[in-house]
Design a protein around this ligand. Structure first.
Ligand SMILES: Nc1nc2c(c(=O)[nH]1)N[C@H]1C(S)=C(S)[C@@H](COP(=O)(O)O)O[C@H]1N2
Ligand SMILES: [Mo]
Length: 206
């Protein structure tokens, strides 16, 4: 267990290292945050689909998805409700692995992420085409728990965590930006934690 003093000390370290964005505080726990209920996973019905502006649309069953090459990455996680969790070890499939398979068309600029229950989030394609973006199945060596997104979630470490969609089921490649669920509800279209891009009405401090 960490005492409050140890937490404060680590927070100070992260601040000095430039890893704690303004307006955030460090958490040693892992809060659960989402809209709606936790969906049930049925491996017989689950699929993962990629469609829209790609040369090779894709549909994978859970068995097929589990056979994709595995990647690992350690990264920080910043929720717009002002907590940050550091050094999360993620395992799953590199987003770039998927990109080589689906081959985005030249005109694709944005991706709308689709999750269970109609949840969506929008991210520019360039922000997904990075080494640290993973389609994650495991956290700190364990399969994701149901409330953290089992069986599959996206991890986009450099944007606020509402873009790190839990219970991910599909990717839609588009030639324009469209607001997802939280973005339609007032959150920023891009969501850079280091510029405190929390709400669409707020101006960036960059
Ligand atoms: N499907 C889905 N994914 C979601 C959300 C949601 O409401 N639905 N909330 C997001 C928000 S606001 C945060 S902070 C993170 C939280 O992830 P965690 O519950 O694993 O900490 O999930 C994100 N992914
Ligand atoms: Mo969040």
């Amino acid at each position: 267990m960490f005492s409050g003093d140890e937490r404060k000390r680590k927070e100070q370290q992260m601040l000095q290292a430039g890893r704690l964005p303004a307006g955030q505080s460090l958490t040693l726990k892992w809060p659960v945050l989402h809209y709606g209920s936790v969906p049930k996973f049925d491996p017989a019905k689950w699929d993962f689909r990629v469609w829209g502006l790609v040369e090779q649309p894709l549909r994978l069953t859970w068995g097929e998805f589990a056979e994709l090459p595995q990647a690992r990455n350690t990264s920080d996680f910043h929720c717009v409700t002002r907590w940050s969790r550091f050094d999360n070890q993620w395992q799953g499939v590199a987003f770039r692995e998927l990109l080589t398979r689906v081959k985005p068309k030249a005109e694709a600029t944005h991706v709308l992420l689709h999750a269970e229950q109609g949840f969506t989030a929008n991210v520019p394609l360039a922000d997904l085409d990075r080494d640290d973006v993973l389609l994650a199945t495991h956290h700190d060596g364990q399969p994701l728990t149901a409330d953290h997104g089992y069986p599959l979630r996206l991890i986009v470490p450099h944007l606020y965590a509402w873009k790190s969609v839990k219970w991910l089921r599909g990717l839609e490649f588009l030639n324009h930006d469209v607001p997802g669920f939280w973005e339609q509800n007032g959150y920023h279209m891009y969501g850079d934690p280091f510029r405190e891009q929390r709400f669409s009405s707020s101006t960036s401090r960059a």
